[in-house]
Design a protein around this ligand. Structure first.
Ligand SMILES: [Zn+2]
Length: 346
């Protein structure tokens, strides 16, 4: 990757990161002190112009000269690095390339902008969930609709097709010329309709991801309410998973759901010990897990042999049940953990 395109991606990330912080703060409850919408000390509201463009370390409130909060600077910087890092992984390191999916357009024309929008929406949802424990429909439901529409119009944004069958590998199948004759089949088996109707496939691919993400999260929400006795998973997490599914497709979404509890365990435990925050919002972990899958999908599918897992229904069912059991055990652990005072853990 040339240095110019890296700088361009950093710059797009800076813009997206700043818009994402300002949008997130505009959505959350006005009583939450963020220091971005208004001065924390003198309550002087800041204009959108100042929020968007005039925010750097060392800046002071024009009325009372109190120092500005630094988090909008850091969040913008982190998002910018995420954009450039992801762009480098996608275009230079082929982090998403799999043998089965060969888009006709170059990735920087279709998949890169699609996933930049996805990262921007994930960042916005993370900030609102972190500051206000809320995920807003105006971010994730609109995001999910945008993903479904774009996937249908393009027809080639999928990380992996909705169904790729590797169980046919080395098995005899009917000859395309004469159904009575069987010939050996090598490599992935794709149904004919997928190749003939790429826009319909794009629609089904994105919708099935949204249904898988939202459906599994809905079941987890019921399970967590039964085990923890409180709704630990909000409805916003369900709609967030619908958006993640619509952008990723169902197979990467299952991977993100499997990774999220691990991310939560590591970051949640650390956060509890260092900050003493008791309520754990689940949304940011889902967003981080989705971003990790986005950056590693090619390796997961090719090197981790997920293609063999995701072409065999009994294996998928077994994995989902196993992950669900692990999730329930984690919830039980969380219940015990919540009853331990934070001071004991420090
Ligand atoms: Zn002030």
């Amino acid at each position: 990757m040339s240095i110019q395109s890296l700088i361009l991606q950093l710059f797009i990330g800076l813009m997206a990161g700043r818009v994402s912080s300002v949008w997130a703060v505009a959505l959350i409850d006005d009583s939450i002190r963020t220091g971005l919408r208004r001065c924390d000390s003198c309550k002087q509201p800041f204009s959108y112009l100042r929020q968007l463009f005039l925010w750097y370390p060392g800046l002071r409130c024009p009325s009372c000269k109190a120092s500005d909060r630094l988090w909008p600077f850091w969040s913008t910087l982190v998002i910018s690095v995420m954009f450039a890092g992801f762009g480098w992984l996608l275009l230079d390191q082929d982090c998403q390339s799999v043998a089965e999916v060969q888009p006709s357009q170059p990735l920087w024309q279709n998949r890169l902008p699609f996933h930049f929008v996805f990262i921007f929406l994930l960042a916005t949802a993370t900030i609102t969930d972190y500051l206000d424990y809320s995920i807003f429909d105006s971010v994730v439901v609109r995001g999910a609709l945008l993903a479904v529409i774009t996937a249908t119009l393009s027809g080639e944004l999928q990380l992996i097709h909705v169904w790729v069958d590797w169980s046919y590998d080395n098995m005899p199948v009917s000859s395309p010329h004469d159904p009575a004759v069987t010939v050996p089949h090598f490599g992935p088996y794709l149904p004919e309709w997928m190749k003939a109707h790429q826009h319909l496939h794009g629609l089904i691919w994105s919708l099935s991801g949204a249904v898988a993400g939202a459906g599994l999260m809905w079941i987890a929400r019921i399970a967590s309410r039964l085990i923890l006795g409180i709704p630990a998973i909000g409805f916003g997490d369900v709609t967030l998973m619908a958006m993640i599914g619509a952008f990723l497709g169902w197979q990467p979404t299952l991977c993100a759901l499997a990774i999220a509890p691990l991310v939560g365990l590591i970051l949640g435990l650390g956060g509890r010990i260092f900050t003493g925050r008791t309520f754990v919002a689940f949304g940011p972990y889902l967003c981080i897990a989705a971003f990790l899958v986005l950056c590693t999908w090619g390796y997961l599918w090719e090197d981790w042999r997920l293609r063999l897992v995701f072409s065999h229904w009994p294996t998928i069912a077994g994995m989902v049940s196993g992950a669900f059991a692990a999730f329930c055990i984690l919830l039980v652990g969380l219940r015990l953990f919540r009853e331990t005072p934070a001071a004991k853990l420090r």
